[in-house]
Write a protein that binds this ligand. Structure first.
Ligand code: ADP
Ligand code: TRP
Length: 323
């Protein structure tokens, strides 16, 4: 089973990214042949600052390695080191109608947020389809927001295969089990809402974010409702079953106030990521090692993508590339 997923280097990774995507990527690396990449071409649709692209790409690479992506098990690479996906995107783009792209929720949402649409933003799902199809992926672990893109990929593969013969394999989305992670204001945690808790924030900033989590204003000593509390929801992501039940009871009995609950959450976050934090510190000192991992990953990824592009070129009548 080939598993493939990409993560955009468009900001610092937060708890929503971890529980909504990264944790599943880590589990799946044990279950099949995983290809994970940093979607830097995609990031260009919204990040227009050279320094930011460079910095976030390295940041995501280091974060993934620190959190436990094992380059001996996973083909881990940078999307733009495999330029074949751009060629494939063109071939796919010539087989699909505009209507399909116009229906993309993510495109519509971004425009509604005020992002000026570029050709790249509009073509985003075609490039994503090329990523998925280039590696003949079976399973694509993604968050809910990306499921439509995988469905569009299925449509593109089908349209291409129908016109030119079987070249592409139909991929399936695999939705992460973890529900929407709330941000410190209770909305979905997202860098675009400025409500994130960053995985690798400094201890001081981590504390600041946790202490700013919005709660109701029930006075100390009163019974608290865990089900509607953002602190409890976040705590539950880190706690074992027993701990969670215990915290639930403590909330309801009025034995704990929000201040103390936040302190317990802070401790959990620090503990949970403590080893990854150490590994990250070490990797920050070894950029050459990180580059090397990405280079080796790209070599393997490119070999696979190249074969698929040759097949697709042949199918449409371009013939295999001659050099
Ligand atoms: P952001 O909303 O901060 O820009 P991205 O869109 O880059 O985050 O998300 C990258 C991955 O993390 C996606 O698979 C997405 O589904 C997941 N993700 C992001 N935020 C959350 C959240 N609050 N809850 C669950 N999953 C999330
Ligand atoms: N669009 C995805 C996101 O923002 C990133 C991505 C790019 C991706 N190409 C992909 C995810 C291919 C899965 C498969 O999260």
């Amino acid at each position: 089973m080939r598993i493939l997923s990409g993560v955009q280097p468009s900001g610092k990774l937060h708890l929503g990214n971890y529980f909504g995507a990264i944790k599943q990527h880590l589990q799946l690396q044990e279950e099949g042949e995983a290809f994970y990449f940093i979607a830097d071409y995609h990031a260009l649709t919204t990040v227009h600052d050279k320094k930011a692209v460079e910095e976030y790409t390295m940041e995501v690479a280091i974060a993934y390695l620190a959190l436990g992506i094992d380059p001996n098990k996973v083909v881990f690479f940078r999307q733009s080191d495999v330029p074949e996906v751009c060629e494939l995107a063109w071939l796919l783009g010539c087989t699909i109608g505009l209507g399909l792209l116009e229906r993309a929720h993510s495109y519509k949402d971004k425009i509604a947020k005020g992002i000026k649409p570029s050709f790249g933003l509009f073509a985003y799902p075609v490039l994503m389809a090329a990523d998925i199809l280039a590696y003949k992926s079976d399973v694509v672990p993604v968050g809910k927001d990306q499921v439509q893109h995988v469905e569009m990929t299925q449509d593109m593969a089908q349209a291409f295969n129908y016109r030119y013969g079987e070249v592409f394999k139909r991929p399936e989305a695999k939705l992460s089990k973890s529900a929407r992670v709330p941000g410190i204001d209770g909305q979905k945690m997202s860098k675009s809402y400025g409500n994130t808790i960053e995985i690798f924030a400094s201890k001081k900033d981590l504390k600041k974010s946790v202490m700013r989590i919005v709660t109701d204003s029930k006075p100390l000593g009163s019974s608290l409702d865990p089900d509607s509390c953002n602190v409890f929801k976040l705590y539950s992501l880190f706690a074992g079953k027993e701990e969670r039940t215990q915290m639930d009871e403590t909330y309801r009995s009025g034995e704990i106030g929000y201040g103390d609950a936040k302190k317990k959450l802070l401790l959990k976050i620090e503990e949970y990521f403590s080893e990854a934090r150490d590994r990250r510190e070490d990797l920050l000192k070894r950029p050459d090692f990180v580059q090397d991992v990405l280079r080796q990953g790209a070599r393997k990824a490119r070999e696979t993508a190249f074969k698929t592009v040759q097949e697709a070129r042949d199918a449409v009548g371009l013939g295999p590339r001659i050099f």
